[in-house]
Ligand binder design. Sequence first.
Ligand code: GDP
Length: 191
Amino acid sequence: NTTGRLGGLNPDNGGANDTKNLRVKLVLLGDSGVGKSCIVLRFVRGQFDPTSKVTVGASFLCQTIALQDSTTVKFEIWDTAGQERYAALAPLYYRGAAVAVVVYDITSPESFAKAQYWVKELQKHGSPDIVMALVGNKADLHEKREVSVQDGIDYAEKNGMFFIETSAKTADNINQLFEEIAKRLPRPSTS
Ligand code: GDP
């Protein structure tokens, strides 16, 4: 099932955001293996399928959610698909992104350190009003936890980020992650 898969072009062209229908570019950043692709596939397709990788290249997955105030938010979700190794490409990747989701694995302090590197990069090169979320994934692996919840909260707070722990495997907090992001998006002015 490839519903929602796009080849880099916007089918509903125009891209104009009105006050009720927002369309936003969301980029995922974080070490390889932290679960970025699994988070996207869980959110978009409701599946946990570690073998299914988002294709490399200029493609993204879309998912629209409706908020209580009847606003809809269409996320264009860009996964690095391995490009995290090419740091020089990163500014190209997150240019124009309204949202950055920085992911680490709660069992890996190295991935938490790498997440902090990406946050600094975004602060240097990202759009000044970008909405940033810090995500501690693999929360189901609590017996192997090496990054405390408090460390995540503290770092996010210091950097003006929204923080949440998720599990792409059990689906815990995956929808909540995207709903919370949607609520934090700046709304286009009505004038
Ligand atoms: P990416 O390189 O960041 O895109 O990571 P992937 O999405 O490919 O996931 C890497 C590995 O982590 C896969 O083997 C997944 O099965 C596993 N994984 C991803 N999310 C979770 C999770 O929430 N819990 C557990 N236990 N494993 C996960």
